[in-house]
Design a protein around this ligand. Structure first.
Ligand code: SF4
Ligand code: SF4
Length: 251
């Protein structure tokens, strides 16, 4: 009997997070091909001694059921089911501190490989990616619409309930304090600093051309629609501004 006849290959695998239909093996191969085809993959995976130094120095491994050694081994041995399984939960425990990359005797970057797996999870619209990113929708909206991640007016108990009683200590007159800053772009509490219209429009183009917005559409369609409306409005404002400048020149 040949080796192929004695080896059982699972043709489908269930998704432990989503209630959707089990996945075809071809889908697992697609997911791994996406991870492997990224230019960073060969740079960040050079082999693995299974020594565990990465896990011993990993802060996330101290607190979660998570091991960068295990993730690297899954990729190195091309364990498709294991890779898919890790993408359901474990990869989201990484703090992206890259201590592992500094210590690995093989020059691997487990944190970098995990980043590739996360990007692939988003690209494939996995439930785990949607669940992890959902609480960040407010920050994503702020970042994409204003160019700033956080703003002073977000520092309140409604926005940071997990700060507990410490948030009440932030009772400074922020509006007044911000107005006292000599740089005009910082005289606001609605954004960390004011990003001018031209820069905002340029940022939209970058997010569009690099595929960031397409990925966002795949994981949160409502947020994508809100952001698209804001972008359209600002692009119209920018066109009007340019038209006004042109008119003023011709007067
Ligand atoms: S430190 Fe490097 S070689 Fe050792 S287990 Fe981690 S990834 Fe593999
Ligand atoms: S980058 Fe991730 S896997 Fe590496 S040490 Fe930091 S938390 Fe651990």
């Amino acid at each position: 009997m040949s080796h192929a006849e004695t080896t059982r290959v699972q043709t489908v695998i269930g998704d432990p997070v989503s209630a959707g239909a089990p996945l075809a093996r071809a889908k697992l191969e697609d997911i791994f091909a996406d991870i492997q085809s990224d230019l960073r993959f060969d740079h960040e995976l050079n082999g693995c001694l299974n020594c565990g130094i990465c896990t011993a120095t990993c802060p996330a491994a101290h607190y979660y059921d998570f091991s960068p050694r295990e993730i690297v081994q899954l990729l190195w041995t091309e364990n498709l089911e294991g890779i898919y399984d890790a993408m359901q939960e474990k990869i989201w425990a990484c703090a992206q501190c890259y201590t592992c990359a500094a210590r690995c005797p093989f020059g691997n970057s487990p944190g970098g490989l995990i980043m590739l797996m996360r990007e692939t999870a988003i690209k494939h619209q996995m439930e785990s990616a949607k669940n992890v990113l959902r609480p960040f929708s407010r920050v994503m909206l702020k970042l994409i619409s204003t160019g700033n991640q956080l703003s002073p007016d977000m520092i309140n108990k409604d926005h940071f309930a997990d700060w507990g009683p410490n948030v009440s200590k932030v009772d400074a007159p922020l509006k007044l304090l911000r107005k006292a800053i000599p740089m005009p772009t910082l005289n606001t509490t609605a954004t960390a600093w004011e990003v001018n219209l031209k820069t905002s429009v340029e940022l939209y183009t970058i997010w569009e051309m690099t595929g960031v917005l397409k990925q966002l559409e795949g994981i949160d369609e409502n947020l994508f629609d809100v952001i698209t409306d804001i972008m359209d409005e600002k692009r119209e404002d920018w066109k009007d501004f340019l038209a006004e400048q042109e008119e003023a020149k011709n007067d």
